[in-house]
Design a protein around this ligand. Structure first.
Ligand code: PMP
Length: 423
């Protein structure tokens, strides 16, 4: 049995009856089992990056210890093993998101690179002066700036669908904005700043009814819920390995094959060609066409191990557990009159963005850190949505399936301390 398989099989399925055995899960994450200034770490920053289970750490280590070689062109044993490991990770990602075939998965650095890739290939090919890209008011900068750059390059325009005071897309307005010049819709599946789960399946159907393709930014969705790109009928779907319990520097772009294989190359270099002469170069088919240069091979292997791990734990159990934890946390924070939630959508994932009366979010974050509580304070790379809610920044506590009710209680106690300081 491989080290990865044995690491995964060491874990006993944590869903026992209908209780999720969070203590068992926590033992798989070495970074969680530490103290900060003598206080147990309470890690509530998984929307920024998730912690890594042993299975991922060991898979990456084993790759470097045993199989490390460059991929695709090697004839020697290590290169064959490294290629197998990399391509097997691609198959895992494809299966995990419900792609029809592994060739629909392009390995990239993360969601950011995936969106830039689509902007510079699909966007440069299909958009011209007066055409429109439609995004929402709650997007991460990674799903705003690449389109602004594309608009500068092509003369296209960025259009923005409005959101209501709960932080939900106003679907009537969205429909109204889908016009004859709309060439692409690009929306977050889950908002990193508000936690809103957008009704992407219905939104895709509305766009497709007008022949408009849709990119879904799944950076905050894939770690928390079962995603099936074919059920959603997404044309492009992107996510980051490091938010999915895998390594940093690796992520995936899913593209419907007919669409993907029509796109021009993104970057030029080794591994993306079929032949090169000074007169003419011909390009490989997708996905190789988009993977110029030596990729993050160990990262892909680690991402594959993260997927194995998530599947062993079970995404259904994860979603149910996190939902219950979010409800508990929302009720707990609602009991503090000085704390104001930003983002109260009816359908939400485990993000609690809030302000505290009289306290700057950075001060809140710093005081909580002294209690061993890791939260994020700032604009969360989503300045337009902060502006929409009239705040420069928020404190954000974000959950994963390794968090507990006790940790939420510690957060609430920490916030009571903050409120005392600023009273
Ligand atoms: N989209 C969303 C919704 C995100 O939360 C993030 C990361 N915070 C990104 C895109 C960008 O991901 P990365 O930095 O991993 O490329």
């Amino acid at each position: 049995m491989s080290t990865i398989a044995s690491a995964v099989s060491r874990m006993v399925t944590p869903v026992v009856g209908d209780t999720f055995d969070v203590e068992r899960v926590r033992r798989d994450f070495p970074a969680l089992l530490q103290s900060i200034d003598g206080k147990p770490l309470v890690y509530l920053d998984s929307a920024a990056t998730t912690q890594k289970p042993d299975a991922v750490i060991e898979a990456v280590e084993r790759f470097y210890r045993e199989d490390n070689a460059n991929i695709h062109r090697g004839v020697h044993r290590l290169s064959v093993r490294a290629t197998d490991a990399y391509e097997s990770a691609r198959r895992k990602v494809a299966r995990f998101v419900g792609a029809s075939r592994p060739e629909e998965i392009v390995f990239v650095r993360g969601a950011t690179e995936a969106i830039n890739l689509v902007a510079q290939t699909f966007g440069r090919t299909h958009l011209g002066v007066g055409d429109e890209v439609l995004i929402s008011h709650m997007e991460h900068h990674a799903n705003i700036v690449p389109w602004q750059m594309l608009c500068e390059q092509t003369g296209a325009q960025l259009r923005v669908m409005p959101i209501n005071d709960r932080g939900e897309i106003i679907i009537d307005e969205y429909e109204r904005l889908l016009g004859p010049r709309t060439k692409l819709v690009s929306i977050a599946h889950v908002s990193n700043a508000l936690g809103t789960i957008n009704p992407v399946q219905g939104m895709i159907a509305l766009a497709h009814a007008r022949g408009i393709p849709v990119l879904v930014d799944g950076a905050q969705a894939v770690p928390h819920m079962k995603v099936d790109v074919r059920t959603l009928d997404a044309d492009f779907y992107v996510f980051s390995g490091h938010k999915t319990f895998g390594p940093t520097g690796i992520g995936a772009l899913y593209g419907r094959y007919e669409l993907l294989d029509q796109l021009p190359p993104y970057q030029g270099g080794g591994d993306m060609i079929t032949s090169v002469t000074f007169e003419k170069t011909t390009y490989a088919k997708a996905p190789q066409r988009f993977e110029a240069g030596t990729p993050h091979i160990a990262g892909a292997v680690g991402l594959g191990a993260a997927i194995d791990y998530l599947e062993a734990v079970g995404l259904q159990g994860i979603t149910a557990y996190e939902h219950e934890l979010l409800t508990y946390a929302t009720e707990a924070l609602s009991g503090l009159p000085e704390v104001h939630l930003v983002g109260t959508a009816r359908d939400k994932a485990g993000v609690l963005s809030f302000t505290v009366d009289g306290a700057h979010p950075h001060d809140v974050g710093t005081i909580l850190d002294q209690q061993g509580i890791a939260v994020r304070a700032g604009h969360h790379c989503a300045q337009p949505v902060m502006e929409r809610f009239g705040v420069p920044a928020t404190v954000r506590a974000s959950l994963a399936f390794y968090n507990t009710r006790e940790e939420i209680d510690v957060l609430v106690r920490g916030l009571r301390g903050v409120i005392e300081v600023f009273r």
